[in-house]
Design a protein around this ligand. Structure first.
Ligand code: GDP
Length: 479
């Protein structure tokens, strides 16, 4: 059995860290698909002042030169005035070309960026010419994939580039920008180092096993494994907050007609309307918009946009409100404090309480109050703006009670990272149990190696080809 275990271990060892990265990378690079010169329009679809066509690969300059008028004396990182020609050598557009020599470019390969006028027709014609003279259209995310393969970015950094582009709030962008600069990999480095130290210790012990020298006691092993596990688990748990920041939340605004739901909706939206392009999920019966509340994209759903109905119950909006609050992460019940409370108000509060997290807002606090303010209720005036900042704070506190700690310690925003951190923690836990049960260290090591593989998979040191393809396929073309 011991020999068998050793063989297993050898196999596992061969599959870790740098070795596997080399294997994976070689496999990808060997694939001809990654060695040709690729081109894509890197600016968004539509018209604009400028549109950029990016070309990457060893033949980038040669291919670009073939579609340009006259010879270009390429200087690194200089703007060159160029004319793009069609196949009959008629001018398509005038623009600027910039050459980034390998390896000092985004992809690590030779890159040429052609800045042309931002007309879809011009850009497409240019792209077609490039393809006619030897370039290939880039796949989604292929520029970033190449940057990863060439060691310009690790996986969390590449994923963060995508998040940065897709950010809808400035806070999301700031979080992503930090990760582009490698914050997650730096954060994981100490855990990884401790784990490798522990593995080395056990490996050394095995080599001396025949001499009956024990280099690591069970207590020592479990103490060190548990310390790594605690750090990894804390980071995994920060996804609770990171997910809010990354994916945003839905907030339903409910209340009787005329209590001021729409006014409040617009107040919260204010200038902090998040920049969202997709309206998916907007139902016909409700209005929804996304605001940045404490940096978190909050989708506000206002039930006031609903058609009036002749059905008396329907007209109270109760059924619709009920639906909206069933779907929401947080419900804001709006009361009109300048009126006595009605049975409908109480009913909505009951519904809100049953359906999960809620806040009660006493609107129109600029008017003389005619209802007693219940405790815990946030007084606001959608008309004057009074109390809106306090309401925003209450919303953030309700949605992200541990946001402060997460912001201080750093947090993860990717489900992929969370899964891998949890896997790592589970394997560390298994290793500790095994060590306590006096299982031979060869076996304990298997769990430690598995834990290390999970950490490596986060940074991309050991990610299999299909995982890479899945990640980079979520990028847009030209990135
Ligand atoms: P909804 O039917 O709940 O969406 O209510 P609206 O937002 O349409 O507001 C109903 C009426 O109340 C409008 O005339 C608003 O101008 C008024 N209103 C809303 N909020 C306030 C407030 O804070 N103070 C005062 N005085 N009037 C308000």
């Amino acid at each position: 059995p011991r020999r068998h275990v050793r063989r297993c271990r050898a196999r596992v060892t061969a599959g870790t860290t740098a070795d596997l990265k080399a294997v994976v990378t070689t496999a990808i690079v060997a694939d001809a698909a990654h060695s040709d010169t690729i081109a894509a329009v890197s600016t968004p679809p539509g018209r604009g002042g400028i549109g950029i066509v990016r070309v990457s690969g060893s033949r980038a300059r040669e291919i670009c030169s073939a579609i340009l008028d006259g010879a270009v004396t390429w200087l690194p990182r200089h703007a060159h005035l160029i004319k793009v020609l069609d196949e009959e050598r008629r001018e398509i557009d005038t623009g600027l070309a910039t050459w980034f020599p390998s390896p000092h470019s985004y992809t690590g390969e030779e890159v040429v960026e052609l800045s042309l006028h931002g007309s879809p027709v011009v850009l497409r014609a240019c792209l077609e010419r490039l393809c006619a003279v030897g370039a290939r259209l880039a796949q989604p995310g292929e520029f970033s994939l190449r940057a990863f393969i060439n060691g310009r970015l690790d996986l969390p950094q590449a994923e963060a580039v995508r998040d940065l582009i897709e950010a809808t709030t400035l806070y999301q962008a700031r979080v992503a920008a930090q990760q582009v600069s490698g914050s997650l990999s730096r954060r994981l480095a100490p855990a990884k180092k401790d784990l490798i130290d522990l593995i080395s210790l056990l490996e050394a012990g095995i080599d001396f096993a025949e001499d009956d020298i024990s280099v690591a006691t069970t207590v020592e092993i479990t103490r060190r494994a548990d310390a790594v596990r605690a750090g990894v688990t804390r980071l995994a748990e920060s996804f609770g907050y990171g997910r809010l920041v990354h994916e945003g939340v839905t907030l339903a605004i409910v209340g009787r007609p005329n209590v001021g739901k729409s006014s409040l909706f617009n107040r919260i939206l204010g200038q902090d309307r998040a920049i969202v392009t997709s309206t998916a999920g907007t139902t016909r019966d409700t209005i929804s918009e996304t605001a940045a509340v404490g940096g978190i994209p909050v989708k506000l759903v206002d039930t006031a946009g609903v058609r009036e109905s002749s059905d008396p119950i329907e007209s109270l909006g109760i059924e619709r409100s009920r639906q909206a609050l069933a779907d929401a992460d947080l419900t804001v019940v709006v009361l009109d404090i300048s009126q006595p409370l009605t049975p409908e108000d109480h009913q909505l509060i009951t519904f809100a309480r049953e359906s999960g997290q809620f806040l009660i807002v006493a609107n129109k606090c600029d008017l003389p109050p005619r209802a007693a303010v219940l405790s815990g209720v946030v007084p606001v005036s959608a008309l004057t703006g009074e109390g809106i900042d306090a309401l925003r704070e209450r919303i953030v506190a309700a949605l992200a009670p541990d946001g402060g700690t997460a912001q201080e310690e750093g947090f993860i925003t990717s489900l992929r990272h969370e899964r891998l951190l949890r896997d790592c923690a589970n394997d560390l836990e298994k290793a500790s149990r095994a060590a306590e049960d006096a299982i031979p260290h060869e076996m304990v090591l298997l769990d430690f190696y598995a834990a290390l593989r999970s950490l490596d998979a986060i940074t991309g040191a050991t990610s299999a080809d299909d995982i890479l393809n899945r990640i980079f396929a979520t990028f847009c073309i030209g990135k």
